[in-house]
Write a protein of this length. Sequence first.
Length: 454
Amino acid sequence: MAVRFVILGGGPAGIQAATLGARLGAEVTLIERDIVGGAANLWDCIPSKAMIATGDVLTMAHRAERMGLRQLSPSLDLAAIKDRVTGITQRLAASTLLLLESQGVRVVEGSGRLLSPHEVVIARHDGETEHVEADAILVSTGSRPRIPEWAQVDGDRVLNTRQAYPPPEIPDHLVVVGSGVTGVEFVHMFRSLGSRVSLIVSRQQVLPAKDPEVAATLEADFLESGVRLYKGARAVGVERTDDGVSVLCDDQRVVAGSHVLLAIGSVPNSDGIGLEKAGVFVDHSGYIPVDHHCVSNLRHIYAAGDISGKLPLASVASMQGRKVAEHVMGLDSRTHRHLDYEKAASAIFTEPEIADVGLAEAEAFATGRKIRVTKVPFAANARALIDGDARGFVKIISDPATGVVLGGSIVGHNAAELISVIAVAVTAHLKVDDIAESVLVHPALAEALAEAAE
């Protein structure tokens, strides 16, 4: 008899678990209450990057004179942008649904809730109620924006992160609260679309979890483009005014703008799905703690994606889903490798782009670990000069004794693509010589990787 595998949530984790589980012979039921693709497809990752891409085209047009061009003055069509973003989301959802069905996955539109450790009840969108028995259950219900007690989101002037793709109008002056990854991406996006932007930074640098040199490069670009930074300020209140909003900070500074966008984290969607009733342990923040197989305190119930409390990245969620399916289907441990979160590459789609993977320089210094750090600026790269954007650098971190690549950071054009080379090196325990001795294309941005390795 086939393993009955029930999945709550059709985001990146759920999709990967469903498709691989079905291919490995499981009888898979995937329950999704919105559209297949989850928050990453519907609200977060894909829509945000689509709008950022639009802003990047505008920015490139403004730089046209550097390339010997004249009279390029595109105008912004908000309705067309909305249609494009919606169209991308719908196409991705349709193709993903087709993939799932082609693999034999049963997709149910509705909300799932655990009645017991082995039973899920589905409130289907067609009004029917269905009970499903499960041998294994994956909870991948994602998260939602965190809204502080001092703010009341209205979708008009006070926005959360899911009300900005696109917003009702392009803000004249946007105040962004939160200087993490999501916050700085919003700063870049709306700045490139023509808004004046102020950023409230609770610490003394943007991206407090990142390499200080990386953060400083982004801050310099923000300041050069007119972004106002309010450092060491924590927002504690928002008020609507006659012509916009005012954000009150804990140091008594008041930041006024036409709109405010709250980018201060997320809350796991763990409430109302029967976890406590089924006996699944949930921590004080609402996350489901899991082991290296993504197993909860019950050995047949798994958690993946944002709700697992691990790295909140769509790429990590997808890999978690894959590892869950392998474990559910009992693959040999020699071929079922654990997911190493410390080797997950991440990117920030600002301008310039930022990407990193593996051991960070500051982390190594804090722990006293000996490392070798080599850095090459894009200002010395022919392709960067040809493209008219030579900002940033490539930094590679390696073990001085063995030459093994331990990590790296890239700031610059196409950093999200270039980091893949370092990510493969970190995962495969390659040495700097393996990168340095690779014969790469010329002229290409990737040459900076070989030069840093050299």
